[in-house]
Design a protein around this ligand. Sequence first.
Ligand code: F0G
Length: 352
Amino acid sequence: PGQWPGVIEAYRDRMPVQPDWTVVTLGEGGTPLLPAPRLSELTGCQVYLKVDGANPTGSFKDRGMTMAVTAALADGKSSVLCASTGNTSASAAAYATRAGMTCAVLVPTGKIALGKLAQAVAHGARILQIDGNFDDCLELARKTTADYPAIALVNSVNPTRIAGQASAAYEICDQLGRAPDVHCLPVGNAGNITAYWHGYRGYHADGVIPALPRMFGFQAAGAAPLVHGAPVSDPETIATAIRIGAPASWKGATTARDESNGKFAAVTDDEILAAYRMLSAQEGVFVEPASASSVAGLLQSHADGSLPPGSLAVCTVTGHGLKDPDTALLTAPDPEIVPIDPGAVAAALELA
Ligand code: F0G
């Protein structure tokens, strides 16, 4: 009673579920829409962060996974499979466990952040590594599930994932009482920008919101196929979550950009890391590097004049900082050794 029920129950009339299906949920969604005072000051806009690292497995993927695994269970599938840069695999592993299904994840060699791998291991998923990148993993996952129908493919090429992820757009509109003017997102495989646009369009068509936002999608400079207008064969970035060269939802992403009068732009790894550090050191919000690309893009858009002053802007920060402890500690000083003495502790805070 009084508890957030998860995105399927919260938005049941907008979800592709039948009344007799068993809903597989971990209580995902209902995440904070947090005012960002420092970013607002820097940009002259009213900036909010949609903190989707606050989901049960620490990323926005849970919004889609509750739907995909619920549908797979109703469909009588015995196992689920996904390709992943890490977050999808962590989410699939958790929801499959909850549903009593087996899970295998296909991951690129050596490019998965440590926390994500730990989650897949903890939930008992079979971790299958191939000598290839995310795009190769996705191709293999698609072929495998085409050949073996007992296995459900739970990547965002599965339309139930998109329907679930649209819940973030509904929540933002419900939280603001309107849509933002501008919505900034990191873009990798492009399922999320497709889902947000689907969500905003649905609310707009039903008269829940009077106006639509402009969608700004940001890719890492070394993995920016949508910015270049062509696939990238060797994607590279510190933001391993979006190290993707051939986004599956290419059409959905370009539709979102074109229909919303939005844009795609590239942010460098340096810009991503600057935004990553700014968020944790100045806003108190610890995210993983890929998530900071939405904020890097906001700041870049402010600098190049493409973000109108006074805008209501939402940046989705898609994954928790704990997902990638290695990057967090990259430039960290060693802990200070202090004597067991209150004066020394106070001195460390410059109070003595
Ligand atoms: N942010 C994070 C933290 C992600 O994990 C991803 C995608 C994205 C942004 C980009 O979202 O693909 O819908 O455009 N991660 C996928 C995965 C690819 O396997 O976990 P997208």
